[in-house]
Design a binder for this molecule. Structure first.
Ligand code: CU
Length: 259
């Protein structure tokens, strides 16, 4: 009896903890992030409903078959019940998987528009750097031998190349709101991970690979870019800023940098 009540209380408290949303994600700032949240909500509702039903039934079974001095009885189970709930579980599981897969695939496989803002990102122990092509719209040549952090050249920009001279290198990622952005993620040493909570985006950055990652942030503000792959002793310090700006503020910033 006591155990049954305890189970029901435990179930109620768990539901309340979720319903209160006291410890929840920071607000979503992109359509992808909102779709992702809806998918998570759907998964939580499906799992939550099954969890509550299972706990209530368990409590009921504990209560109903409590020891009242009766003789023991055994059940041989039911094939039909087994078949029904196994099938139902498979349908729910696959349904959730396929609807979630669509959100993931849209982000990673859909081609961004040709006029998307392109930014190169280089990750190294333990900092992020960002490169914009500058007014000519072209990324200049880089050479790994020219990489020099002390001189402010984390990309190894080759100043001999005219296209490189106007490239803008920054330590924060600034993007205009409601604009498609394509990042090219590069790593100089070990595996890092580009993670912005509000975008619900997380992508490994792997040495030797140029990994494209697109997003569109719709809400201006400042958000943390954190490295989300344990990459060494200074991993905890490896963070920078994503600043989503209004179109005018961004254009102004770009002009300022170009000067
Ligand atoms: Cu890292």
């Amino acid at each position: 009896m006591f155990l049954a009540v305890l189970l029901w209380i435990f179930t109620g408290v768990s539901c309340l903890a979720f319903a209160a949303k006291r410890w929840w994600f920071p607000g979503a700032i992109s359509a992808h992030a909102e779709a992702y949240d809806r998918q998570l909500g759907l998964t939580l509702w499906a799992c939550g409903a099954i969890f509550v039903a299972a706990q209530l039934l368990l409590g009921w079974a504990v209560y109903r078959f409590r020891n009242r001095g009766q003789s023991v009885r055994f059940s041989r189970g039911s094939n039909r019940l087994e078949f029904t709930w196994t099938t139902a579980t498979a349908v729910v599981f696959l349904g959730l998987m396929f609807s979630g897969f669509g959100i993931w695939a849209k982000l990673h496989f859909e081609r961004p528009p040709a006029d998307a803002l392109r930014v190169e990102v280089v990750a190294k122990q333990f900092a992020w750097s960002y490169r914009y092509p500058g007014p000519d719209g072209k990324f200049g040549r880089t050479d790994v031998r020219l990489v020099n952090d002390a001189a402010g050249n984390p990309f190894g920009l080759d100043e001999q190349d005219p296209a490189a001279q106007d490239d803008i290198v920054a330590s924060a990622l600034r993007v205009p709101e409601k604009t498609p952005v394509v990042l090219t993620l590069l790593a100089r040493d070990v595996i890092h991970n580009f993670f912005v909570r509000e975008l619900r985006l997380k992508q490994d950055v792997v040495p030797g690979m140029a990994i494209p990652l697109s997003f569109q942030a719709d809400r201006p503000g400042k958000y943390e870019v954190a490295c989300s792959e344990l990459c060494g002793l200074g991993h905890h310090q490896m963070r920078s800023l994503l600043e989503v700006m209004t179109r005018e503020a961004f254009d102004e910033w770009l002009r300022e940098q170009a000067r």
